[in-house]
Design a protein around this ligand. Sequence first.
Ligand code: PLP
Length: 390
Amino acid sequence: MNEQRQAAPDIAVLRRALPVLERVVYLNTGTAGIAAAPVLRRLWEEVALFETEGEVRYHEMQERMEAGRGRVAALVGAEADEIAFTRNATDGVDLVAWGIQWREGDEVIISDQEHPAMNHPWFYLQARGGPKVKMFAVEPDPEATLRNVRALITSRTRLIASSHVSCQTGIRVPAKDLCALAAEHGLLIFLDGAQAVGQFPVDVKALGCDFYASNGHKWLHGPKGTGFLYLRRDRLDAVRPTHVGAGSFVRPVDLDDIRLMPSAHRYEYGTRGYGAYAALPAAVDYLAGLGWDWLEQRLANLSTYLKVRLPEVPNLTLLTPRSWDLSSALVSFTVAGRTSQEMADFLWHTSKIRSRTFPDKAILRVSTAYFNTEEELDLLLAAMRQMVGR
Ligand SMILES: Cc1ncc(COP(=O)(O)O)c(C=O)c1O
């Protein structure tokens, strides 16, 4: 992420490319990003090519998708043949969880702040006789988080899986140290970067992970239905494709001597909506055009603005660390005596603010994206004060 541009973008201009912002205070990029008009245009064009011309465009669309793969790979520091396109980040978790040849008694360690994208596959796998799932507590202090993981590692542990950024608290886990810890113990490590890619630079090689899943639809503000999974090249054979079809095998295919593609293409097959993947570069280029450093600084500034002021709201407990390096543009809190649904409903009905509830933990989460403004965050702060009666 080192493309730069000189002048800081004009937020008012950027917002004009996102018409929903005229009606809504959109603080939920963490659930679904919104695409700027030029990205959307490109998506329509890419989709239209295949939808209107069908087979005439088949190979061209595949090539355009390959260009998308290259762009995504470059974004996260991978080689194109280490990237499998998926429908979403969850697909990447399932692909790895079900693809590994588990042994009797194996254990996996996941965090206690996972999205269902991680929780559901691993617990379902456990219920179906797969590895036992253990959970470590994510803490604001990265050293404490690492200690918690270390304490769970046994001779039976085979894999550690964690969100790079917790969807519940916005805490950024010490991903590089986690990878080093896994390597030290000969374990596989899977990172779920659904809340990381597009917020700050991610370099899968520098992190040292085996697997990294993410999507195009949150912080890349790209098409829904696009996800990707990085698999370190020498881990491809450790993850057996659960599903295969046209495209998974080396051609010409000898059915009596089947050979999987030597790349992450082995996990892909059949006809897909190539246009959405082909449009991903437009989403990445749009953000690159804003300037990656500017973008990250913008997210850091907005989230910090909020984190400094939110604790002034009576009875509110901030769950997200102040430091940008330990956090992200997800800001989470609880308010004593309030459910998260009550808070979300209040914000929506009084101020047209979109947020994300975590009902089990009474957490409310807001996301500060590049297009949000301090005025919008002031609206949130005022609504919160109004809600608690002060
Ligand atoms: C950490 C994390 N992982 C995975 C997901 C799910 O992503 P997808 O819908 O692309 O599967 C989310 C979505 O909120 C998330 O926050």
